[in-house]
Design a protein around this ligand. Structure first.
Ligand SMILES: [Zn+2]
Ligand SMILES: [Zn+2]
Length: 316
């Protein structure tokens, strides 16, 4: 957590804005008409190490927090670190993972009366919970929260697994369109597989690399690294909506690498799908969490049931 955790007006100058992206080099639905209707709007987050404040959207940054609300802790009895024995009974302070202001993510629908989304999680492994950190998700009103915002540092966990402890990052929410990767229906994946390969052989780009994303994002398709595991809502039984993904990796090259992060030595001649990152900025990419073996945490909500219930999935 960077120092300077001082509440500030949420509006105002933001350190970052949407990042410039290369256009997709082919018309997906013209080449693969079977994918008509499969596109989804997505907001790519592009976390970069920095010093966001509580008034900024961030990954792993300080949260705007009400003074009269205790900082959440986790006291699960099965805490342990993957290579260590159980941690002990003392509650562990949760850590901030995501903070998003509605003004920064126009594509994200906020429940009525809220305009601030926060996700925290316990930075230890839970034996009975997919071996993942246990998250908590909060929807707030910026106005109400800022009125009683607390100054000072939140408590730090007395023990943490580095894999689940993000470094503070600014974000650059960037609207884009993507198509399914692991969520391609099985029959369709079989049908299109050879044509994907033919396109790569003939034209040099790969459907999965240029039309699908696997990075931290809001909306779109979950950034699964394993087979999809969509949850159904415990209340109404319907498939939940993908809210956002926090993935261990961020694109260090290719079409989804922002144009202003490219290695200038490549020049304009390098096609968008072969671009590589500028080594001078590569170290700032991402929140630094391994999430097991480069997996992801995926958050889902039900917009029908009262209280916008949520759940998560983890793959590693
Ligand atoms: Zn815990
Ligand atoms: Zn429901």
């Amino acid at each position: 957590m960077p120092s300077g955790h001082t509440p500030q007006a949420p509006a105002g100058d933001r350190p970052t804005g949407p990042r410039p992206l290369a256009p997709i080099p082919f018309d997906v639905e013209a080449v693969f008409p079977e994918l008509k209707g499969a596109s989804r709007a997505v907001t790519l987050l592009y976390p970069r190490a920095g010093q966001p404040g509580p008034g900024d959207s961030s990954v792993g940054g300080p949260l705007l927090w009400p003074a009269d609300e205790p900082w959440p802790t986790c006291a699960e009895p099965d805490h342990y670190k993957p290579l260590d024995s159980p941690v002990g009974p003392e509650p562990v302070a949760m850590v901030p993972v995501v903070q998003l202001y509605a003004r920064d993510v126009p594509g994200l629908a906020f429940p009525a009366g809220t305009d601030l989304l926060q996700i925290l999680w316990c930075p230890l492994v839970h034996q009975d919970d997919q071996y993942a950190a246990g998250p908590r998700l909060l929807w707030r009103s910026t106005e109400q929260t800022a009125a009683g915002a607390v100054a000072g540092e939140p408590p730090r966990p007395h023990t943490a697994e580095e894999d689940y402890l993000p470094r503070a990052c600014t974000v650059s929410p960037t609207a884009a369109v993507e198509y399914p990767n692991r969520d391609l229906p099985e029959g369709l994946a079989d049908l299109l597989g050879e044509r994907f390969e033919a396109m790569e052989a003939e034209r040099g780009y790969d459907y999965f690399a240029v039309a699908t994303t696997q990075q931290s994002k809001v909306g779109g398709y979950p950034g699964w690294t394993q087979q999809p595991d969509w949850p159904d809502c415990a209340g109404c039984g319907t498939r939940m909506e993908h809210l956002l993904s926090i993935t261990a990796t961020e694109p260090g090259g290719g079409r989804w690498l922002p144009l202003d992060d490219r290695d200038p030595r490549g020049g304009a001649a390098v096609p968008s799908w072969l671009a590589e990152a500028d080594p001078a900025v590569l170290d700032t990419f991402g929140h630094g969490m391994c999430l097991g073996d480069l997996g992801g945490m995926y958050f889902f909500v039900c917009r029908v049931c009262p209280g916008t219930p949520y759940t998560h999935r983890y793959d590693c």
